[in-house]
Design a protein around this ligand. Structure first.
Ligand code: CP
Length: 312
């Protein structure tokens, strides 16, 4: 019998999950996506999701709330620190301890690297890292890998371009760590000042083929199966003048598509600013809204697995 390795488990870093475990999640997501509403609503019955957001969120927060609701559970949460006792000076550790008393699973988004691991050490219930500084956003990578697998039918053998703010974008670190489970060719494109943090991918070159560019050469663009675009993370720049120098560096538009494979998948964790032209939203290449929809399904499956030992 297959074991549910997600039961009662923290999701702090995608590096804590093996390829088999990720694929178990993808298969379980496919399975419950075909469940009736009634079958689904049994998976999380009586379970409470507790959220603590120290930073704004649309997709992560809403998809977790929609996910727990779709499996029959409920949610409580701090969605704005100003409307909670954090505003009075309550510490992260006390906030986590208190929310742990009222919830079966905790979701935390916080501006500091290491915050997810810190919370997981304090909480008796599982903690899901919903974004820790510039460090990681593991459930985003789970839904990103699931999206690639659904769109392309495989992950092995693909050539994937990742473009934008590779220094501060936490989603791309989790994505690269997740892709290290596969045989993929990764092309990283960023302004030199926003290149990937070498210390954070130390050792990855043994598992992945990685090449870096400041401009994307057309002969490479025409070979990419996936172009994963990220926003320049204004809020993480220590000096706003540095942001002004690099904002708007890249735009994916119809001209990009004309030079790309006809079936290239354009992905983005969202929100976007000007890095993907709205003019391509209606093309089949625009994968980002399907990707966001997959977020609810992956998170529903994850919550069901974390809170039910017997699910397989
Ligand atoms: N992709 C993502 O994390 O979006 P939000 O910041 O809106 O949650």
């Amino acid at each position: 019998m297959t074991t549910n390795h997600y039961y009662d488990r923290d999701v702090v870093s995608i590096r804590d999950f093996t390829r088999d475990e990720l694929e178990f999640l993808f298969n379980f997501t496919d399975k419950i996506s075909n469940f009736s509403r009634t079958e689904r609503s049994e998976l999380g019955k009586g379970r409470t999701l507790g959220s603590i957001y120290y930073e704004p969120s649309t997709r992560t927060r809403m998809s977790f709330e929609a996910a727990i609701s779709s499996i029959g559970g409920s949610s409580i949460g701090i969605t704005d620190p100003k409307s909670s006792s954090i505003e009075k000076g309550e510490s992260l550790s006390d906030t986590v301890r208190i929310m742990d008393l009222y919830s079966d699973v905790l979701v935390l988004r916080h501006p500091l690297d290491g915050s997810g691991r810190f919370a997981s050490e304090l909480s008796t219930n599982p903690v899901i890292n919903a974004g820790s500084g510039s460090e990681e956003h593991p459930t985003q990578a789970m839904l990103d890998l699931y999206t690639i697998y659904k769109e392309k039918g495989k992950i092995d053998g693909l050539r994937i371009g990742i473009i934008g703010d590779l220094k501060y974008g936490r989603t791309i670190y989790s994505l690269v760590y997740g892709l290290a489970n596969y045989n993929v060719d990764i092309r990283l494109i960023s302004p030199p000042t926003l290149s990937i943090r070498k210390e954070s991918i130390y050792g990855m070159e043994r598992k992945l083929k990685i090449h870096e560019y400041s401009e994307l050469p057309e002969d490479i663009l025409s070979t990419l199966d996936v172009i994963y675009v990220t926003r320049i993370q204004r809020e993480r720049f220590p000096d706003i003048q540095e942001y002004e120098k690099v904002k708007g560096t890249y735009t994916i538009d119809q001209t990009t598509l004309d030079k790309s494979k006809t079936d290239v998948s354009i992905m983005h964790p969202l929100p976007r600013l000007d890095e993907i032209s709205h003019s391509i939203d209606s093309t089949n290449n625009a994968t980002y809204f399907r990707q966001a929809a997959n977020g609810k399904e992956i998170r529903a499956a994850l919550l069901a697995l974390i809170t039910n030992e017997d699910l397989v």
